[in-house]
Design a protein around this ligand. Structure first.
Ligand code: VGL
Ligand code: ZN
Length: 183
């Protein structure tokens, strides 16, 4: 069995200068780039919204499919990504989790690669990262959240802390990148 790296929504719009920026969204990218060197199985998700969606009643318009804002952040080593899961593609739901992708059956893809363990990185900790991690547990994967490779939006100042606690209560293991190299 093998382990997979999952990179959630490291897109321009979620980084400083973007439409829905996590204040430190770009600062986690070097850690993700380094982690990619230690994984053979790498999947990324993209928030991939239509121009009109109920999702934009809660959020400023962001990651509209095909636009610059929806592209991977330019410093992410995206050439190493083997599969891209597009989510939030409908007009009537949020699609926070990578497991809600409409172009790819993420569970099936991971199982075909003999994955039993996943490491979740990316943006935003309290929305798409947490949803993806929760769905990974539900699908039966041993699930880690890499704390130095995720960034919150922090609409409320405590949101990241609450998300970390919720993830731990769901059986998700919090880990730092340096520990992964010695696992
Ligand atoms: C996200 C808010 C709205 C995320 C996506 O990627 O965490 N957050 N859409
Ligand atoms: Zn979104």
């Amino acid at each position: 069995m093998d382990r997979a790296l999952i990179i959630v929504d490291v897109q321009r719009d979620f980084c400083p200068g973007g439409a829905l920026a996590a204040p430190k969204g770009d600062e986690i990218i070097p850690a993700i780039n380094q982690l990619m060197n230690s994984f053979n199985i790498i999947l990324a998700s993209k928030d991939w919204h239509p121009a009109k969606t109920v999702h934009f009643e809660k959020w400023p318009p962001h990651c509209i499919r095909g636009t610059e804002g929806a592209a991977f952040h330019p410093i992410l080593h995206h050439q190493k990504i083997e599969a891209v899961a597009l989510k939030g593609t409908g007009n009537s739901d949020d699609g926070y989790s990578a497991f809600e992708a409409t172009n790819l059956d993420v569970t099936h893809w991971l199982e075909q690669k003999n994955t039993d363990t996943v490491f979740i990185t990316g943006i935003a900790t309290e929305y798409c990262v947490m949803s993806t991690a929760m769905d990974a547990v539900k699908a039966g994967f041993k699930t880690y959240c890499v704390t130095d490779a995720v960034a919150p939006v922090n609409v409320h100042p405590d949101d990241e802390q609450i998300a970390m606690r919720n993830m731990q209560e769901a059986g998700i293991i919090l880990i730092t990148s340096d520990k992964i190299y010695t696992l």
